[in-house]
Design a protein around this ligand. Structure first.
Ligand code: FNR
Length: 184
C-alpha cells in the first residue's frame, strides 16, 4: 500500500479543544490506512487582509507551503453558531490567496468534526464542504462523519473507546487514501 502524507487542520484554537482531542484520537488510526499525518497549525495566522497579497507574510507563506507539501488534507472542525469557527475560515482565506493561487485546488480533502450536541457539526461541515468545492478541492463525500461526543467516547488514554466507531473512522481514512491515490 502506498504511503501518503496528510495535513491535519483542526479548526479550533480553544484550550482544551474537543476537536483537537478527537483529532488526536483519529490520527491514531491513520498508520494502518497508509496515511502519515502532520499537523498544520492555524493559530499564528494574522487576520487576512488584501494588503497581504502584494507582500505575503512568513506565516501565510508557511501555511500555504505546508498545504502544498502534503498529498491530502484532513480538516476537523467544530461548529460555532451553525457554521465553522472564524479561525478556520481565516485560515482557508489565507490558503486561497493570492487570487489564482489557491493551495486548495486539486487537494484531496476529508472533513469531519465533533461536538456534544445532536447535530454534531453537520451544519458546519456542510458550509466547509461548500467552501472547499468552490476551490476545486476533491472531497471524500461518503461516509459523512458527524461525531457526537458522549462521556464514554474516549478511553482514559485518549483513544476512541468503541470498536465499531474505530472501524467506521478507519474506513473513512481509507476513503481519503483512495481519493489521494486516484488524484495522483
Ligand atoms: C458552540 N457550540 C456549538 N455546538 C453545536 O453543535 N452547534 C453550534 O452552533 C455551536 N455553537 C457554538 C458557538 C460558540 C461560540 C462556541 C464556543 C461553542 C458548542 C461547541 O460544539 C463546543 O464548545 C465544542 O467543544 C467546540 O469544539 P472545540 O472548540 O472545543 O474543539
Amino acid at each position: 500500500m502506498a504511503e501518503y502524507t496528510v495535513g491535519l487542520i483542526v479548526g479550533s484554537v480553544s484550550e482544551p479543544s474537543l476537536n483537537r482531542r478527537f483529532a488526536d484520537a483519529l490520527v491514531r488510526l491513520a498508520p494502518e490506512t497508509g496515511l502519515v499525518v502532520r499537523d498544520i497549525p492555524i493559530a499564528e495566522l494574522p487576520f487576512y487582509g488584501a494588503q497581504y497579497d502584494k507582500d505575503f507574510p512568513t506565516a501565510g507563506r508557511a501555511f500555504k507551503d505546508a498545504i502544498e507539501n502534503v498529498d491530502g488534507l484532513l480538516i476537523v472542525t467544530p461548529e460555532y453558531n451553525r457554521s465553522i469557527p472564524g479561525v478556520l475560515k481565516n485560515a482557508i482565506d489565507w490558503a486561497t490567496r493570492p487570487a489564482g493561487h489557491s493551495s486548495l485546488t486539486g487537494k484531496p480533502t476529508a472533513v469531519t468534526g465533533a461536538s456534544k450536541g445532536v447535530i454534531s457539526t453537520a451544519l458546519a461541515q456542510n458550509h466547509l464542504k461548500a467552501i472547499l468545492v468552490a476551490q476545486g478541492a476533491p472531497l471524500v463525500g461518503a461516509p459523512e462523519v458527524y461525531i457526537r461526543i458522549t462521556d464514554d467516547f474516549f478511553t482514559e488514554d485518549g483513544a476512541i473507546a468503541n470498536e465499531g466507531t474505530r472501524e467506521f473512522l478507519t474506513a473513512f481514512l481509507q476513503r481519503l487514501h483512495e481519493l489521494i491515490r486516484r488524484w495522483q
